[in-house]
Design a protein around this ligand. Structure first.
Ligand code: ADP
Length: 507
């Protein structure tokens, strides 16, 4: 199976959220299944700083009028997996992936990510040296949404396309004036193509043209067919429901496991939980919180947005302080919310610690040092932090939506004793419901035996990628088989020719 995996973010090269983690871990798991995989991503400034000896392998100059560009080949750290970097300095040699330092989107984002998609399509259609040609292109999120449109417009043999939606809230919508810059096939700017209420939507382009659609949890796959969660695309998604699947994301336990996490004050596992106490003490010390092993320490590691209910959590802070709970926050996003969180934290020094910014090692230390992870959300396609938290024996508090509902089992006396409880789940995206879930969690925290049981349940959960990667793999195989049928209407005739149809369709 030859697969091109196209993503705008890949950990550790470039990351703003879960997409980067998935784009590192899923390709590794697919490679373990024997997939001949190449990852394609932009060569942002932060990526070029991390790769040494990247080899130029193709000239990309001229695509979308970009004067000087090339394809570089690097490797995913600790693996043989090639990471192909679209190196176009005029588009990507900047510090922010999508925005400048003041939080403004780069004005040429449509062209930047159309370029990435054109490069992917050219690799897919073998119009670029080197002549490695994928049988399937797996395009992720709106940044790669034009890939299915570009390859499906091609007359003749072409790779199959899978389009994965990691978050429907981000759609890559741009004004009609950018359309002439994007070198799209004729007719693309139409309701059947990528037009969306007079604008162009790169997400819609992917949804309408991919051979197969996936999203990152079964519950989210159902939710996005409704007006409440469909972000205006539910009608289009319902029309494609037969081609849509929810495949749960996993965790790379090579990176997220307290037994060998290099960022922690002490390593631990379920047989040596004492290390977690040391991590809690170290975290309290690092963040200037009162050193007290008995006080419940809550953490929120997340983009600071309304999706993640950061506004609701803010509302609840006085109540958390009144209950004597500690909270540490690592977050960035909405500047107004950031400021208000900082203000509350400075009024409650020793009890609340708020770090605004993006700090990967601190995220690991918070996962390890906290007792409870707050992962509330108005919607959540999958969510990874609750999955990571469980492995660290940090009990998640989540809203019953999307992947949160698929990964966390609510705690009660029954689920504690039958060994299925993993966290605390609430229904409505309100301060009252979040508060009630935290109150229930804290009550269990005060019962050491029940709490220990819950932690051990969490730590033995297995969300490794093996199962989901195998589902993706069989999806790719199905698509290749479909392509085979398309290319050779009569299988018998194909065999009579002596040419395996699969090669005709994809070679
Ligand atoms: P999303 O992709 O919606 O942001 P996920 O839960 O799927 O949410 O993934 C979030 C990822 O980003 C996790 O790896 C989490 O640890 C990380 N993360 C989020 N915010 C920060 C931050 N401020 N600093 C470091 N890591 C962060």
């Amino acid at each position: 199976m030859r697969l091109l995996f196209v993503s705008s973010e890949v950990y550790p090269f470039a990351k703003t959220g879960g997409l980067a983690d998935v784009s590192e871990a899923l390709p590794r798991a697919l490679a373990n299944l024997g997939t001949d995989i190449r990852i394609l991503m932009p060569a942002y400034a932060c990526v070029l700083r991390q790769v040494s000896r990247a080899q130029p392998i193709a000239d990309l100059s001229g695509i979308l009028g970009v004067a000087c560009a090339r394809l570089l080949s690097a490797r995913l750290p600790g693996s043989d997996i090639p990471v192909w970097l679209a190196d176009a300095p005029e588009l990507y040699d900047r510090e922010g992936l999508y925005q400048d330092s003041s939080g403004q989107d780069w004005p040429d984002n449509a062209r930047r990510f159309a370029f990435l998609s054109h490069v992917a399509a050219r690799i897919g259609l073998a119009t670029l040296e080197p002549l490695w040609q994928p049988q399937v292109i797996h395009a992720n999120d709106w940044h790669a949404g034009l890939v299915p449109l570009l390859v499906s417009a091609h007359q003749g043999p072409r790779p199959a396309s899978v389009f994965t939606m990691h978050n429907l809230a981000f759609q890559g919508i741009f004004g009609p004036e950018v359309v002439p810059q994007l070198d799209l096939p004729e007719g693309s700017f139409s309701p059947e193509g990528a037009e969306y209420y007079g604008k162009i939507s790169l997400l819609k382009a992917g949804i309408c043209h991919a051979d197969s659609l996936t999203t990152v949890s079964p519950t989210y796959a159902r939710e996005i067919l409704t007006a409440e969660y469909g972000f205006g695309l539910d009608g289009i998604l319902r029309a494609r429901a037969a081609d849509l699947r929810g495949i749960l994301n996993g965790a790379d336990y090579g990176i997220w496991d307290p037994a060998h996490d290099p960022f922690l004050a002490a390593n631990y596992d379920s047989a040596r939980l004492n290390g977690k106490k040391l991590c809690k003490a170290a975290l309290q010390h690092e963040l200037g919180l009162v050193a007290d092993p008995e006080v419940p320490l809550l953490t929120f590691i997340s983009r600071m947005t309304e999706q993640k209910m950061a506004d609701v959590l803010l509302e609840l802070l006085p109540r958390l302080a009144a209950q004597g709970l500690q909270l540490c926050v690592l977050s960035d996003g909405d500047h107004d919310l950031e400021r208000r969180f900082r203000e509350v934290a400075s009024a409650h020094a020793g009890t609340f610690a708020v770090r605004i910014g993006y700090e990967e090692p601190l995220a690991h230390r918070m996962h390890a040092g906290a007792d409870l992870l707050l992962a509330p959300a108005r919607f959540e396609p999958c969510g990874l932090t609750q999955i990571y938290a469980m492995r660290y024996g940090t009990v998640p508090v989540v809203r019953a939506t999307g992947g949160l509902a698929d990964t966390v089992v609510d705690t009660s006396r029954t689920t504690i004793s039958d060994g299925t409880a993993t966290g605390f789940v609430f229904a409505e995206p309100s301060a009252a419901d979040l508060d009630a879930a935290i109150t229930r969690a804290v009550a269990f925290f005060r019962e050491p035996l029940a709490w220990r049981r819950l932690q051990l349940n969490d730590m033995k959960q297995d969300f490794s990628w093996n199962r989901s990667a195998a589902i993706y793999y069989s999806l790719y195989q199905d698509l290749c088989a479909r392509a085979q049928k398309r290319a050779s209407p009569s299988r018998v005739a194909g065999l009579r020719n002596g040419t395996p149809a699969i090669e005709k369709a994809t070679a």
